[in-house]
Structure formats: structure tokens, C-alpha cells
Ligand binder design. Structure first.
Ligand code: GLN
Length: 542
């Protein structure tokens, strides 16, 4: 712990200012100067993890290699830094209290009154430092969820205050992300909300070292000086974070504002040379100068909230850049798809992706969309529930098992093509009990996916309870839907593909969780390539 430096990122004024992106961008800059960096997030809600949250509440649930169900910001950390995170990178108030209560029942505090200070704050600090204990990292960035002033985040802020003393001078730094709103009527950027949120932090004994100021227009030197004066920071520690075209611009914008240099100075670390961002800039160049475009229909039931499919949307951006292609996503609600409107709603798409999900709502719309992709040879990508829908569609319309279903929503079907595995049947508790995290998968030689991955052994992340029912596998394969990816340990079907289709792939796992700027996911690259080819042929025929 002694050599590890800790940077804490807090947020003020409103939520949704992009603390995750600022943390990831700062992490990227420090990493590209040669430092070993990881980022962790502490969330103030009482759920033990976001696994039990509806995506409408908190966006996508991001799953790590070790099977932790975590906040979607961890996805940004992995995508920006190309690192792997674990359960230790995301801790909630619920988990902290749960740990303390378990210890209390075990008698760990015998005789003592268990209190927020010191017991809860000690547990928070224990978790703050957990990743720093074995010397794997030079710098650990800790994002504190919520906004300063929330009742819920007080114990985290108090633990930060204490951490400053534990860690000693030069090892602890606070970056406060805040909003500088523009008041149209006054024609001015306003600093008062920021002054108040810094005062709020000061009340808790925390003086921020740097202010990162989000605004929709440039922050003038006058404003910077005013903020410096009222908030006790040097003027060069007032960093502007103007709205960007893409989140992937933010590391370069932060570089321009010298956020990384200020941080290193304050932590007493060598700046080293210029950060190596060539690959990042090359990626941005491709992203911003596409030579073609495609329109992909994303069929799902949470389409009103883009954050619900965050990793999929970002994977499209990575794969689009590889193909120098702008991927326009048309968000299609599966709830409202029916025979009458499907032609119109799925018109003019170059590819269809059916999203993951839970429960019965929107299923029939997804099955209809899979049918359309299969019959019209439109590039198709089904992820988890999306794969299950493609399989059910094939069972119903090709194998003629007309009531083929998943037992998730039809326990009486004669054709339980998607079913619970035996060990899932005993499970009653909902939290953390799915098939979660990385599992190996072996690809069939000569299959489409084998050629796309360029290897036969892969590992991908899962988050589901139901599986392809191997009782039906033979008839599927005889009729042209093959299992091209199999779990070598359990024999479970992990990937299906159609033999006579240019690109029809369904995966039981979530490839979107492993796509990063440095390593865009091969299946997304392949899918976008197939969409480009499909569009070309379509255009030629018109
Ligand atoms: N509801 C399905 C299952 O539990 C699919 C889950 C998913 O799409 N992540 O198996």
C-alpha cells in the first residue's frame, strides 16, 4: 500500500456528469505514461450489487471476468484502459454493511457497539486499499458514485477524509467533477453551484485538489480565476471539460488541459515523456472519418434508455472504426413489433441485433425479428436472450415445433428448447446466482465464428440462467443451425450459426463485455463487415 497512490473522484451539483468517463480518461493518460493503473467504483446504494436492478434504474449491469455483476462504469474502465476488473473494483454500501453485519454475527466486534464510524468507515477503507495491497498498481483511481451532499455517500466521504491521513501527504488526491451551467437569460456561465458543492466537501473535511468543470462552452480565464479563488485551488488546477462529440475525445481533451500533468505533480510522480496515445488517435481518426455507413436495428425492450445496452453500443463504435464505417443504430422496441408493422419498422436495415434480456415481455417481437433476418438473409447477431429467440424461432418455423419456447416464460411447452440446467433448478435466491463470468468455449473447425476469431479456443463472459437444451441439438444441426461453439467442460451450446446464411450468429455469452478500443471484438467486427457487404449488394440491386 505504501507505494500506491490514490486518486479519488467525486461529483458535485448533479449526477450524470460523466465521472466514469473522466476517471477512465485520467486513467488512460496515466497508463499511457507508463504507470500501472486501475479504477474502482464505490456506489452508495444498498443493493449488494447492481445485478438485481432493472436496467431502467441504473443502466446495464456489467459483468467482469470473475463473474461480478457491476456498475456500467467498469465497462468504461475496461474499454479505455484495456484492463480487466474484478469484484474488488466495484463495492456498494450494501456490500460494506453486509460484510460488517456478517462480522458482527461472527463475534468479531464482541463487546463493542458497531457504528458507522469507525466500523463502517474501516470496512470502506479496507475496500479502498484492497487492490493496492499486493503492489500490482502504481495508481488507483476511486470513483465515488452519487453527488456530494447526498446522505447516502457521507460514509464514503468520511472514509476518504480518514484515508488522507492513513496514506500520508503526496499519496492522496481528490478530483472534483462539477457542472458550470450556462444561464441563457444572463448570458453567463455560473460558478455558484460549484462553490456550493466544494463548500459541501469542505464541511466533510475534504479540500479538492483539482476541479474538473463540465460545461457546454469554453470556460474563460475569468471564470477559472473566480473558481480558483472561491474553491481554494490554484488556477491551473481548474480543468475545463467541455461537452465532446464522443466520449473517446475526452482523454485528449484532458491531455490538452494538462489534467495528467497536474495530477502527477501533486502526487510527486515523474511525468515521464509525452503519453503514448498514437493508437488512440488512430482509432479516433478512423471513427471520425468513415468511408461508409450501415444501419443496424437493435431490437430490445429497454430501448428508451441507451445506457441499458451501453456495452453493445460501444462495441459497435469500436467495430465501426475498424471497418471505417459509421454504425447508425436504430433502436427498435420489441414490445411493439407485430405482423402488421414489422415491414415498416425493420425496413432498410443492414443488420439486426437482438439484445439480451429477462422475462417474457417483448419476446414475440424478438422472435419475429429473428425470423425476418433468417428468411431474408439479413446479417443477424443474437446475444444471450437474442440467441435463445433465434433458436426458438428456428424450432418453431423450420423444425415445426409450433409451441417451442423457453421455460423461462412457458414451463408447460412440449418443446423446451431453452431450459434451466439441473443445478439452476435448485436455486431460489436471485442475487448473484446466474451462470456468471468467463467460461471457455471451443469453436467448430470450418465454422464462421472460427474464421472470425482466427482460433478455436476462446473464453467469453456469461450472465444467464437458461441454456440451449441439448436434447434438440441433433435435429437443429441436421436442418442447418449448427452449434459452432461448445463449452468443453459441460457440453453446453455457446454459439449457434446458420450454415446457409451470410451472417447469422447467436451467442449464449456476451461478447460486448470484452470489446475495447485496443481490442475491438471479432464478432462485432465480423457482423459490421457482413452488414457493409449486405448493404453493397442491396444497393447494387436497386
Ligand atoms: N433470460 C435469459 C436467461 O436467463 C437470457 C439472459 C440474458 O440475455 N442475459 O437465460
Amino acid at each position: 500500500m505504501a507505494n500506491t497512490k490514490y486518486i479519488f473522484v467525486t461529483g458535485g451539483v448533479t449526477s450524470s456528469l460523466g465521472k466514469g468517463i473522466i476517471s477512465a480518461s485520467l486513467g488512460k493518460l496515466l497508463q499511457s505514461r507508463g504507470y500501472k493503473v486501475t479504477i474502482q467504483k464505490f456506489d452508495p446504494y444498498i443493493n449488494i450489487d447492481p445485478g438485481t436492478l432493472n436496467p431502467y434504474e441504473h443502466g446495464e449491469c456489467y459483468v467482469t471476468e470473475d463473474g461480478a455483476e457491476t456498475d456500467l462504469d467498469l465497462g468504461h474502465y475496461e474499454r479505455f484502459l484495456n484492463i480487466r476488473t474484478t469484484q474488488a473494483n466495484n463495492v456498494t454500501t450494501g456490500r460494506i454493511y453486509n460484510n460488517v453485519i456478517i462480522k458482527e454475527r461472527e463475534g468479531a466486534f464482541l463487546g463493542k457497539t458497531v457504528q458507522v464510524i469507525p466500523h463502517i468507515t474501516d470496512e470502506i477503507k479496507h475496500n479502498f486499499y484492497a487492490l493496492g495491497n499486493n503492489g500490482d498498481y502504481d495508481i488507483i483511481i476511486t470513483e465515488i458514485g452519487g453527488s456530494v451532499g447526498d446522505i447516502e455517500s457521507l460514509p464514503f466521504i468520511e472514509a476518504m477524509r480518514q484515508a488522507k491521513w492513513d496514506l500520508g501527504p503526496g499519496n492522496f488526491l481528490v478530483v472534483h467533477l462539477t457542472l458550470i451551467p450556462y444561464l441563457k437569460a444572463a448570458g453567463e456561465l455560473k460558478t455558484k453551484p460549484t462553490q456550493h458543492s466544494v463548500k459541501k466537501l469542505l464541511e466533510s473535511g475534504i479540500q479538492p485538489d483539482l476541479l474538473v468543470c463540465r460545461s457546454d462552452r469554453p470556460i474563460t480565464m475569468d471564470i477559472r480565476k473566480k473558481l480558483a479563488l472561491f474553491c481554494n485551488v490554484p488556477v491551473n488546477c481548474v480543468i475545463q471539460a467541455q461537452d465532446a462529440d464522443t466520449i473517446y475525445d475526452v482523454p485528449l481533451l484532458m491531455r490538452k488541459e494538462k489534467l495528467d500533468e497536474r495530477v502527477l505533480e501533486k502526487l510527486g510522480l515523474e511525468p515521464g515523456g509525452e503519453p503514448t496515445l498514437e493508437h488512440w488517435k488512430e482509432f479516433l481518426g478512423r471513427l471520425k472519418n468513415p468511408t461508409n455507413d450501415v444501419c443496424i436495428g437493435l431490437v430490445g425492450k429497454y430501448v428508451e434508455l441507451f445506457d441499458a445496452y451501453k456495452s453493445i453500443a460501444e462495441s459497435f463504435i469500436h467495430a465501426g472504426a475498424v471497418n471505417e464505417c459509421k454504425v447508425n443504430v436504430k433502436w427498435i422496441s420489441s414490445d411493439f413489433l407485430d405482423e402488421e408493422n414489422i415491414d415498416e419498422r425493420l425496413n432498410n436495415l443492414d443488420g439486426i441485433l437482438i439484445a439480451p434480456g429477462f422475462g417474457e415481455r417483448g419476446i414475440e417481437g424478438k422472435i419475429m425479428a429473428a425470423k425476418r433476418a433468417r428468411e431474408n438473409k439479413i446479417p443477424f447477431f443474437g446475444i444471450c436472450l437474442g440467441m435463445q429467440c433465434a433458436v426458438i424461432e428456428f424450432g418453431r418455423n423450420v423444425l415445426k415445433h409450433c409451441d417451442a419456447a423457453s421455460t423461462e416464460w412457458n414451463s408447460n411447452t412440449k418443446f423446451p428448447i431453452i431450459d434451466l440446467m439441473e443445478d439452476q433448478k435448485k436455486i431460489k435466491k436471485k442475487g448473484g446466482t446466474m451462470r456468471l463470468g468467463a467460461y471457455p468455449c471451443e469453436l467448430k473447425k470450418g465454422s464462421k465464428v472460427a474464421s472470425v476469431y482466427g482460433k478455436l479456443k476462446i473464453s467469453e463472459r456469461h450472465r444467464h440462467r437458461y441454456e440451449f437444451n441439448n436434447k434438440f441439438l441433433k435435429s437443429f444441426e441436421e436442418n442447418g443451425m449448427i452449434a459452432s461453439g461448445i463449452n468443453p467442460d459441460s457440453g453446453l451450446v455457446e454459439i449457434v450459426e446458420l450454415k446457409k446464411h451470410p451472417w447469422f450468429v447467436g451467442t449464449q455469452f456476451h461478447p460486448e463485455l470484452k470489446s475495447t478500443v485496443t481490442e475491438p471484438h471479432p464478432l462485432f467486427i465480423g457482423f459490421i463487415k457482413a452488414a457493409i457487404d449486405y448493404k453493397k449488394i442491396k444497393d447494387e440491386n436497386n
